[in-house]
Write a protein that binds this ligand. Structure first.
Ligand code: UFG
Length: 329
């Protein structure tokens, strides 16, 4: 019995692979290494370089490794990039997910855990956002994930595929044991960018928009630590293996921080007073996204351990320093 982790060489997927190995699972990582790194995959896992939409390859992996569950992380994830390359996003995130679901169904896999996103809510009419709010994504990234959710629900109903869809809020931080972290050199995510600015890897950073209807005008997000997030997936796996119902759950802490608050925290924790420029809004960015976070605690008994912005920032800074040493080595 093994778990297939697509995108397992990437940021979140590599944390998942480590968490599964720690839990004593057999893990096969399928990653095309377009954004991930072979060294981020734990040595105990099997790494296959390839495409999650390659049905012959995935069918072979499922057969050869006795895969009983798929955790599907492989995706493109940058909101502004999706605005300029919508068809690339629909191919990678939607079309290939369709192929993967079909392969899983045909091969008799009964459990599927899917990385969705708060971006499916668009500019929500309620904050914190309950899972049953009508979906109204405002960018191609959110729409690419919403369509995958629909396919999974329909395939679940038609073919008896059990699924847990987790809608991530803003994932940040790094493995507390220092094994992996957010490693892409061109990452655009706020805490990563601020950590790079704090370490002098960037001459300055920008705040995209200070005219949002929020507490200080900058965007508000619910930052969830990556180990906590992947533990929700391990809990989802346990739930499905025990015959639990299919679920759609937000994965966030339920509290929001503004961009300016995050930057203040990074300055405080790092002790570095880097340059911050106030810039116009970025395409496709909603003002505020915070999770209503009760369902995941109730259904999956999720108990986060790292629900603290300073801790998340410390981990991000520690990983960024480690990358500096890695690249110098
Ligand atoms: N931001 C800046 N400067 C930067 C980077 C980001 O001001 O250099 C701002 C953004 O405008 C936004 C906030 O910081 O207000 C967070 O932006 P991120 O790029 O870190 O993350 P997003 O909120 O755009 O998107 C992320 C994930 C999505 C997910 C979303 C859900 O990439 O998958 O969180 O909240 F849908």
């Amino acid at each position: 019995m093994a778990v297939l982790v697509t995108g397992g060489a990437g940021y979140i997927g590599s944390h998942m692979a480590n968490e599964l190995i720690d839990a004593g699972e057999d893990v096969v990582v399928l990653d095309d290494l377009s954004a991930g790194f072979w060294w981020a995959v734990p040595p105990e896992a099997t790494l296959v370089q390839g495409d999650a939409g390659d049905q012959a390859l995935v069918a072979r992996i499922i057969r050869e490794h006795g895969v009983d569950a798929v955790a599907h992380f492989a995706a493109k994830i940058v909101v502004p990039e999706s605005v300029v390359d919508p068809l690339g996003y629909y191919l990678n995130n939607t079309v290939k997910t369709r192929a993967l679901i079909e392969t899983a169904v045909r091969a008799g896999v009964r459990r599927f855990i899917f990385s969705s996103t708060a971006a499916v809510y668009g500019e929500p009419s309620a904050n914190p956002i309950p899972e049953d709010l009508p979906l109204a994504p405002i960018n191609p990234y959110g729409r690419s994930k919403m369509m995958s959710e629909w396919m999974l629900r329909d395939a679940g109903a038609a073919h008896g595929l059990g699924y847990v869809i987790l809608r991530y809020f803003n994932v940040a931080g790094a493995d507390p044991k220092g094994r992996t972290g957010q490693s892409s050199p061109n990452a655009t995510h706020l805490i990563k960018v601020a950590a790079q600015a704090a370490l002098g890897k960037r001459p300055f950073m920008e705040v995209f928009g200070v005219d949002f209807p929020t507490k200080d005008g900058s965007g508000v997000r619910d930052y969830v630590q990556v180990t906590d997030l992947v533990r929700a997936h391990v809990a989802a796996l346990k739930h499905l293996r025990a015959g639990g119902e299919s679920l759609v759950c937000n994965c966030g802490y339920g509290s929001g921080y503004s961009v300016l608050e995050v930057i203040d925290t990074v300055k405080k924790v790092s002790g570095a007073n880097f340059t911050v420029k106030l810039s116009p809004r970025r395409a496709g960015d909603p003002a505020a996204l915070t999770a209503k976070a009760d369902l995941i605690r109730e259904k999956l008994h999720w108990q986060p351990e790292f629900d603290d912005l300073e801790t998340i920032v410390q981990q991000a800074l520690a990983w960024e320093e480690r990358l500096v040493r890695k690249n110098a080595a």
